[in-house]
Design a protein around this ligand. Structure first.
Ligand code: ADP
Length: 191
């Protein structure tokens, strides 16, 4: 199995690059943002609660997303590997993920971290808000709140994987194809 984390702030291109990477490498895409949005669309109790938090730009509780990831891992016993997108977002989520993977006798091979300036992030997210239908992309205050949550709670997740020598920084600005080539080159060295 080959498991990778695509890491970076909101708007860094994780969703776009994930789509291309899963097509190329046959990995199963696990995006906690997508899983949450599907709960919202189905108006489940979890979705109703999560939407209130997401619309403020805050992180939903660890136990909620860890539970979703645990179910998704169990639901895909024959996957060649997983691409985690938007997860883990806190050190507690990272520890829980390591334990879940260990139970399945596997682990994270690498964290690819997209590096994008804050100015560019806000620009991209505002633009995405024009078409994405995502309520958290239309308000600049919510966008800034998400970036602050990232800085305060999520950026440290990279340190967790640095300690295991698993982090590779990749330039997240430039053309989609050039960034895809850089990510692919790192994966090809390890897969
Ligand atoms: P982006 O990273 O572009 O903001 P996502 O789709 O990854 O978009 O996440 C949207 C929102 O969903 C986040 O702002 C947060 O409220 C919630 N969310 C997604 N993944 C997690 C997670 N792993 N832990 C906590 N909250 C999450």
């Amino acid at each position: 199995m080959f498991n990778l984390i695509l890491f970076g702030p909101p708007g860094s291109g994780k969703g776009t690059q994930s789509e291309k990477l899963i097509a190329k490498y046959g990995l199963k895409h696990l995006s906690t943002g997508d899983l949450l949005r599907s709960e919202i669309a189905s108006q489940t109790p979890l979705g109703v609660e999560a939407k209130k938090i997401m619309d403020k730009g805050q992180l939903v509780p660890d136990e909620v997303v860890i539970g979703m990831i645990s179910s998704a891992l169990d639901a895909n016993p024959n996957a060649k590997g997983f691409l985690f997108d938007g997860f883990p977002r806190t050190p507690a989520q990272a520890e829980a993920l390591d334990k879940l993977l260990e139970l399945k006798k596997t682990s994270i091979a690498v964290m690819l971290a997209l590096n994008v300036s804050e100015e560019e992030l806000v620009k991209r997210l505002m633009k995405r808000g024009e078409t994405s239908g995502r309520s958290d992309d239309t308000n600049e205050n919510v966008i800034r709140a998400r970036i602050i949550e990232y800085r305060n709670k999520t950026a440290v997740v990279a340190d967790y994987y640095y300690n295991f020598d698993k982090v590779v920084m990749v330039k997240g600005e430039g053309s989609v194809d050039d960034i895809f080539k850089s990510l692919s080159a790192e994966i090809d060295q390890r897969i």
